[in-house]
Ligand binder design. Structure first.
Ligand SMILES: CC(C)(COP(=O)(O)OP(=O)(O)OC[C@H]1O[C@@H](n2cnc3c(N)ncnc32)[C@H](O)[C@@H]1OP(=O)(O)O)[C@@H](O)C(=O)NCCC(=O)NCCS
Length: 406
């Protein structure tokens, strides 16, 4: 059934907040008896896109009633790499030529919702098409979405009706924040890098990783960024002897690892709804025991049945034989920071083939093995021709997940 009187227009924060929240609430109702995750946007419907360089939110209206919405944002990211034409590489060179990033303008669609009472009327499709018009006008080359693998309606909408194809399946790894602190091994030194040092570090090591944002400096300087931490074997570098990333890379230790922490807690809150009283009581008991007897180190279930915040770990990487161990130490450090700041969980998202996944502690029951990313090419004439079509390229080992979009 197609409805004629649907108006799609830009979201107006002065009058649309309540209507949008209402649709949001109606969409979160899961099947009865099953757990569902409720997201509280803390009164700001644009919160999940507002930190991107360009963003837009549209609403669909029938009469006076808001019945659907969509958010989108645009930025420039790495879609591949090439060898600089200016680099001459002879067999006498000790170092091979450095690959350079190929950038593209990428759009991301998120937070598409249609009120259950108005589904299968073409509203979702209309919202996506209007959003894509804005992308095209802005010179976007590729557009992508992330959805759960088993969200049949959404996968069908994007792949069957909108021309998207399945692209990457990164894993979302979630670990609870316990009532006890985690121990960072003594053999590991953790150094906090300032934003400009972190920027130099990331540009040097990660700029050819797919989805690396060219404006990484604005991510690192954002007030939601809580810091970038580097882990090295004890005795190699220390916070006192730290002389910047350039000096570090002139003589790097055999192994190192890095990650940054993003304060999603101030952006949105989550809540698990629909749990039985028995489950709640069990969870509460483990927490109480963990708080009272922390030395037992009981893995307490976090307080997920009332609204909780999270920290998101991003820019995670490392090199050397001990990199996974160093990542684990960094995750312990990040856990303790999350505990101090009252978070319920710590989350990260990495490529399904990420070699350092081994070092990231997580609970399977809270994590999502395959987050499905679907992509579409909107324009053909923008990026460096040497790369070809990104949508057809094989995945790399790693991806850079932008915390602004989690
Ligand atoms: C996904 C969602 C936005 C679709 O909105 P909608 O307005 O019902 O979608 P449309 O009417 O425009 O459907 C367009 C096409 O998508 C596909 N589709 C949509 N819902 C479907 C469903 N429940 N089952 C199968 N296919 C579906 C169909 O191909 C449909 O075309 P058709 O009706 O001609 O067969 C809506 O179901 C929703 O809000 N779901 C909950 C939130 C969500 O999952 N958001 C997506 C996260 S990215």
């Amino acid at each position: 059934m197609m409805m004629r009187n649907i108006v799609v227009r830009e979201f107006d924060p002065n009058k649309d907040c309540l209507g949008v929240e209402d649709v949001e609430r109606r969409c979160e109702v899961g099947p009865s008896g099953k757990l569902c995750l409720f997201t509280d946007l803390l009164g700001d419907p644009i919160c999940r896109v507002r930190h991107s360089p360009a963003f837009l939110m549209l609403v669909a209206e029938v009469g006076d009633e808001i019945v659907g919405m969509i958010r989108g944002c645009i930025k420039t990211v790495t879609c591949g790499k090439r060898i600089s034409r200016n680099t001459k590489y002879t067999t006498n060179d000790i170092e091979p030529p450095k690959p350079l990033p190929v950038y593209t303008k990428l759009a991301y669609i998120l937070g598409l919702r249609v009120s259950p009472s108005h589904r299968r009327m073409g509203i979702g499709l209309k919202l996506v098409k209007r959003m894509e018009e804005w992308f095209r006008e802005s010179g976007v080359e590729y557009s992508y979405i992330a959805t759960e693998n088993d969200n049949y309606a959404s996968v069908k909408l994007f792949t069957d009706k909108c021309g998207y194809s399945k692209f990457r399946t990164p894993s979302i790894l979630v670990n609870p924040v316990f009532a006890h602190r985690l121990i960072v091994p003594k053999q590991v030194t953790i150094i906090q890098l300032n934003p400009s040092d972190a920027e130099a570090f990331y540009r040097r090591k990660f700029s050819t990783t797919e989805f690396f944002p060219r404006d990484i400096d604005s991510v690192l300087n954002n007030k939601l960024n809580l810091g970038t931490f580097l882990a090295v074997p004890r005795g190699t570098y220390s916070p006192d002897s730290w002389a910047g990333s350039d000096s570090f890379f002139s003589c790097p230790p055999e192994s190192w690892a890095i990650l940054s922490v993003w304060n999603s807690k101030d952006v949105f809150k989550l809540e698990v709804r629909g749990a039985s009283r028995v489950k709640r009581t069990l969870a509460k008991t483990t927490r109480v025991v963990d708080r009272v007897l922390p030395w037992l180190r009981i893995p307490s279930v976090p307080e997920v049945f009332s609204p909780f915040g999270l920290h998101f770990l991003y820019g995670l990487g490392g090199e050397g034989p001990r990199a996974a161990k160093l990542v684990k130490a960094l995750c312990g450090h990040a856990h303790n920071l999350a505990k101090e700041r009252g978070c319920g969980v710590v989350a990260t998202e990495v490529s399904s083939r990420e070699p350092l996944k081994l070092g990231i502690p997580h609970w399977k029951m809270l994590s999502c093995d395959e987050d499905l990313w679907c992509i579409k090419r909107l324009g053909e004439d923008y990026s460096d021709g040497s790369l070809g079509d990104w949508t057809k390229s094989p995945p790399g080992l790693s991806i850079f997940v932008d915390p602004r979009e989690f």
